[in-house]
Design a protein around this ligand. Structure first.
Ligand code: GLU
Length: 457
């Protein structure tokens, strides 16, 4: 059987790094198992779901290197869910309820004061046909609950009923169905909550592995019961830990915090995002993988910790720098052209500066420094100015070879007696306007003799 996974966000905002973790866990699992990846938009909440968010999610996934085999929208599949509803009704495991949210709230409070668990007491099952007719004539419409299989013969007498599965991430898991309320599958306006469409799609689309956040562990107990009620074998489940901010807060699509879009805007490379999103909160070291195939080799769902993983955005910059430092020119070339960096010096320029970049766009400032001179002229003491005049007078004639910097500074040392920082720092400041940066030995040939002399203070 072909391994088939799916990433199923609701398109209600831009995805963040925590969502990317789920997408990538699925993608890498598919890569490692030569499987299929379904992009499924859980957009049954029509009021909050937007096509523009679905489009932006696809864009973000492509940016990360995730290319779904197929894209599906739940809002276009309602007839299939309606058919499943009919099956559940015929099997008498879907029942109509008429309570208002206020009534339910009140009942929960009463149960709590009696020391009972605040689960739904299945009161709707005891309604007489007359009571139902009265609700209907009052204009109430039913919502529909799934009767959890947690009783022997009387649903009003639930008993401990364990659902077990071997979680890809967490190992043996158990949910007691008697500890849960019968879930509402259909709202009174006829729209679907997430629970049923997800199971129906997983069956219909041949999903073999459901990998998602551990906020769904309890749902899984319910959904396994639903798979069985619909006559299907449940898939394998895996629940990964969620990412939180350093202060322990959860991430939300709605706030836009740490969205893939904002990280891209900050100049973070896709592989920095992907490496951190996948490796944080696992027993693997967080290092920057060069591409998703390399990351797939480091990926083992069972190596994921069970507790929440704190995520520090600063780590993205560390990974980004590593990626910059090793990025071959061929990979950077087109992006540099877009930034106005091209021509026969582009490659040696890139190799000279990449080790000093936090992000690729930082190359622009260095390109300007090399072509137009320091952005701000440095201030020098009289002594340093004299030293620099002497130094610039010693600049070797062209043609230059690879040792020009060594030759030049050797001559300066001999003539002035300066060495170490007092020799190099005034030169660096005069040449670049900055006190740190790429090796001057690499920059000097890029400036050429004329360009270098133009920087004489
Ligand atoms: N739409 C659900 C969510 O975003 C999908 C969960 C699942 O993967 O089943 O949480």
């Amino acid at each position: 059987m072909t391994v088939t996974v799916r990433f199923a966000p609701s398109p209600t905002g831009r995805i963040h790094i925590g969502n990317a973790r789920t997408a990538l866990f699925n993608w890498l699992f598919a890569v490692n198992n030569k499987g299929r990846f379904i992009q499924r938009f859980d957009d049954t909440d029509i009021a909050r779901s937007k096509q523009e968010f679905a489009d932006s999610i696809l864009y973000d996934l492509h940016w990360l290197g995730v290319f779904p085999d197929v894209t599906e929208y739940q809002s276009r599949r309602v007839e299939i869910y309606d058919a499943a509803v009919e099956r559940l009704k015929a099997a008498r495991v879907l029942y109509a309820c008429y309570e208002t949210p206020e009534e339910l709230d009140l009942r929960r409070k009463v149960r709590r004061t009696r020391g009972q668990p605040p689960v739904y007491g299945r009161e709707a099952l005891t309604l007489t046909p007359e009571q139902v007719a009265e609700y209907e004539s009052d204009g109430r419409r039913p919502h529909w609950r799934f009767l959890l299989p947690n009783f022997t013969s009387d649903p009003l007498q639930p008993e401990r009923t364990e659902v077990h599965w071997n979680d890809l991430v967490r190992g043996e898991e158990t949910v007691d169905l008697a500890s849960l309320s019968d879930p509402v599958l259909l709202r009174e306006d006829g729209t679907y909550l997430y629970t049923l469409p997800s199971v129906v799609d997983d069956i219909e689309m041949g999903v073999t592995h459901v990998i998602r956040g551990d906020d769904h562990v309890t749902n899984t107990g319910v959904q396994i019961a639903l798979f069985q009620a619909l006559g299907a074998e449940p898939p394998v489940f895996g629940h990964h830990n969620l990412l939180t901010t350093v202060s322990g807060e959860g991430l939300s699509k709605r706030t836009g915090a740490l969205s893939i879009e904002s990280l891209r805007g900050d100049g973070i490379e896709p592989m920095a995002v992907a490496s951190l999103a996948v490796l944080v909160g696992t027993s693997e070291n967080v290092t920057a993988a060069h591409d998703l195939s390399e990351l797939a080799r480091h990926f083992d769902p069972a190596a994921t910790s069970k507790s929440a993983a704190k995520f520090d955005p600063d780590e993205l910059f560390v990974l980004n720098r590593t990626l910059m430092h090793h990025m071959p020119f061929e990979e950077a070339r087109d992006r540099l052209i877009v930034l106005g960096i091209s021509g026969d010096k582009a490659e040696s320029f890139w190799l000279a500066v990449r080790g000093n970049l936090d992000r690729l766009s930082d190359a622009v400032a260095w390109w300007r420094i090399l072509s137009d001179g320091p952005q701000e002229a440095a201030e020098f003491s009289g002594e340093d100015r004299d030293f620099l005049h002497q130094a610039f007078d010693l600049l070797p004639e062209e043609p230059w070879n690879g040792t020009v910097w060594k030759d030049w500074t050797g001559k300066i040392r001999e003539a002035t007696g300066r060495k170490g920082k007092p020799l190099f720092m005034p030169l660096r400041l005069a040449l670049t306007g900055r006190s740190s940066g790429p090796e001057l030995a690499d920059l000097l040939p890029l400036m050429g003799r004329e360009g270098t002399l133009a920087r004489r203070p």
